[in-house]
Design a binder for this molecule. Structure first.
Ligand SMILES: Nc1nc2c(ncn2[C@@H]2O[C@H](COP(=O)(O)OP(=O)(O)OP(=O)(O)O)[C@@H](O)[C@H]2O)c(=O)[nH]1
Ligand SMILES: [Mg+2]
Length: 241
């Protein structure tokens, strides 16, 4: 594996023993022939997720496996992966296999081919393969967030995204920040684009979120991001004299 790959694929996993190894193989196939690494971040799973990935890494040299000592959530796992990543371009995917890795190289290429101000190309799920209740809650949540934050995004819950490592690390961190990346990138003066991506049924394992839990977190997160937006001032660019 190259010491400095062009692309680092970061995948947060929590109790995804049934899905994670197959997903790693699919990602490796999708990026075959490219300069890439995969950084799977195990968030103190109670099942054999970490051991299964570690065993697979003997056969997949691009696979790196990190582990948290304590469960710290999806956003913290993404952040740990980005910090450890060696590539300037990051692609994230959910660890349950619901995001189709075949769409991942396209997002990375859109970012690499774009202007330097373009910091993120985010996926938007077409034909979402989730329950009706989840799709409804998501539609309501996305509508409220878009109206309040004016962040142009239709589907911030989509785990498939490509962004510049440097831009991500310039953002403030909080739990669940992964749903507010468009708003926070725009706040920093970066450009954000969206591309349609495929979505699949969860085949194994259990959902980690409930509608009620998400609603509760969203209220305080929305208020927090609105505060961050109100406390931001735009220098209109920075030039060296
Ligand atoms: N690292 C980490 N990842 C988590 C945690 N909770 C969820 N995830 C990961 O975040 C991703 C999304 O979680 P899901 O449970 O699939 O959420 P969802 O797609 O809305 O729900 P389903 O449709 O039922 O799959 C998956 O890769 C999970 O493994 C957590 O506490 N820590
Ligand atoms: Mg899922």
């Amino acid at each position: 594996m190259a010491a400095s790959p062009q692309i680092s694929v970061v995948v947060p996993v929590f109790d995804e023993e049934g899905a994670a190894p197959a997903l790693a193989r699919e990602i490796a196939a999708a990026f075959a022939g490219r300069s890439f690494e995969m950084v799977f971040v195990d968030d103190a799973s109670g099942d054999g997720t970490k051991a299964a990935l570690k065993a697979l890494s003997a056969a997949l040299p691009q696979l790196r496996v990190l582990g948290h000592r304590n469960n710290a959530g999806q956003s913290r796992a993404i952040r740990s992966g980005v910090l450890a990543a060696r590539g300037p371009v990051i692609v994230t995917l959910d660890g349950d296999g619901q995001n189709d890795p075949a769409f991942a190289p396209g997002l990375a290429d859109a970012l690499l081919g774009g202007p330097p101000e373009l910091a993120m190309v985010a996926g938007e799920r077409v034909k979402r393969q989730d329950s009706r209740a989840k799709r409804w809650a998501s539609r309501l949540g996305n509508g409220a967030r878009k109206r309040l934050l004016k962040d142009t995004a239709n589907d911030t819950g989509c785990g498939l995204k490509a962004f510049r490592r440097e831009a991500f690390l310039a953002l403030p961190y909080f739990d669940h920040i992964h749903r507010y990346l468009p708003a926070l990138m725009l706040r920093e003066g970066y450009q954000v684009e969206y591309r349609p991506v495929g979505h699949r049924h969860r085949q194994t394992g259990r959902s980690k979120y409930t509608n009620l839990g998400r609603l509760w977190a969203s209220v305080s997160d929305l208020l927090g991001v609105m505060w961050l937006q109100s406390r931001s001032r735009d220098p209109g660019g920075v030039e060296e004299a």
